[in-house]
Design a protein around this ligand. Structure first.
Ligand SMILES: Nc1ncnc2c1ncn2[C@@H]1O[C@H](COP(=O)(O)OP(=O)(O)OP(=O)(O)O)[C@@H](O)[C@H]1O
Length: 335
């Protein structure tokens, strides 16, 4: 049963963050020079971002390297003070880091760990139980649920440093969600995990969202995470929001056309199919090619007339391709 929370909303208005970066020339002389003549420059990491999330929404937060995703999530969880603008998360101002706010949110960073390295994960869970003042009844109920959904049995009593990356990440997630937060900031929660582990982390996030009606902002460079979990996508580039809308709409934004898949009755060479479109791939009697968006019907009609086609389907290009187009190819595989 889903427990809807009264306010798991997120409101962001014109949020900004600039960092002052001190520059130092290399070497000993460089250190001395920068000691007497310190040079610095401003990095505008987030430049006026605004959006609203309804309670229970799961949103994919995408953008190339250095776009400002982590900086935004850190501001929303109160780890960084904004240079300008406003944020309200679950009814609180994040920068104040009030105890009631911290009880309602969590920030999971796939690259960082909160579990105590030399102790079993169970010990870290007990520390979190004390920090968040979780009652014994809720602790045991949540542990039962997480153990089942994440398959934690058998790994909770092992020293964290002896766990595999995937096992550790499952424990990290369990520790971060033990207090049943209502707003989840998940920054690359599946990074480095194999496909099966990614799938079980995804299933866990989906289950948690459905069970508790939690709001989730997710960054990932595995598009499968985003397409499996989020319907709404925010795209940030160079600190500014460049897209806020439906995943399906984003998929349709690519200028590169649609992907036509063919099931043939007679084999055809790639060279021959190249007359009908670009980026042709042939594998036995299966083939696919990209055709210009405006000419899909005409090209499909020609393919059906000219070739012995058993089946023809038209799809939007993979989201990775759209991202590569949106960002001009730079860091496309990371988004
Ligand atoms: N502590 C810091 N001091 C100075 N500059 C920083 C700091 N943290 C981030 N930046 C800069 O701010 C910009 C945004 O960085 P941020 O980490 O938010 O991007 P990101 O979208 O999360 O990137 P990635 O996908 O690589 O994690 C980058 O130019 C980065 O170099």
């Amino acid at each position: 049963m889903t427990t809807r929370t009264p306010d798991a909303s997120v409101h962001v208005r014109d949020l900004r963050k600039h960092y002052v970066v001190h520059e130092k020339e290399p070497g000993f002389l460089g250190s001395l020079r920068s000691f007497v003549n310190r040079k610095s420059r401003d990095v505008e990491a987030v430049r006026g971002v605004s959006f609203d999330l309804q309670p229970g929404e799961v949103v994919g937060f995408l953008g190339p390297n250095g776009a400002g995703k982590t900086t935004t999530l850190k501001m929303l969880s109160g780890l960084l003070h904004p240079s300008g603008g406003e944020a309200r998360v679950a009814g609180f101002e994040p920068r104040r880091r009030e105890a009631d706010f911290l009880r309602r949110i969590t920030l999971v960073m796939g690259q960082k760990q909160q579990l105590l390295w030399d102790l079993p994960a169970l010990d870290s869970f007990l520390v979190n139980q004390a920090i968040y003042e979780i009652s014994d009844a809720q602790y045991h109920a949540t542990m039962r649920e997480f153990t089942e959904v994440l398959g934690l049995a058998g790994i909770l009593k092992k020293q964290v440093r002896k766990l595999s990356l995937g096992e550790r990440m499952k424990c990290e997630l369990a520790a971060a969600l033990l207090h049943r937060p209502q707003v989840l900031f998940l920054d690359e929660p599946t990074i480095g995990l194999d496909v099966n582990m990614q799938e079980s982390v995804r299933a866990f996030i989906r289950d948690y969202n459905e069970r508790y009606g939690a709001t989730v902002i997710l960054t990932s460079h595995y598009m499968a995470d985003v397409t499996a979990l989020a319907r709404r996508i925010l795209v940030i580039d160079a600190g500014q929001l460049v897209f806020d809308g439906d995943l399906a709409h984003l998929a349709g934004r690519g200028s590169g056309g649609k992907r036509v898949r063919l099931q043939l009755r007679q084999s055809v060479s790639e060279a021959h199919l190249a007359r009908y479109g670009s980026d042709v791939k042939v594998d036995g009697l299966s083939a696919e090619l990209t055709v210009p968006r405006a000419e899909v019907s005409a090209r499909a009609a020609r393919l059906l007339a000219d070739l012995d086609v058993a089946d023809l389907t038209v799809e939007d290009p993979p989201i990775e391709t759209v991202m590569a187009e949106l960002f001009g190819g730079r860091e496309a595989e990371r988004v």
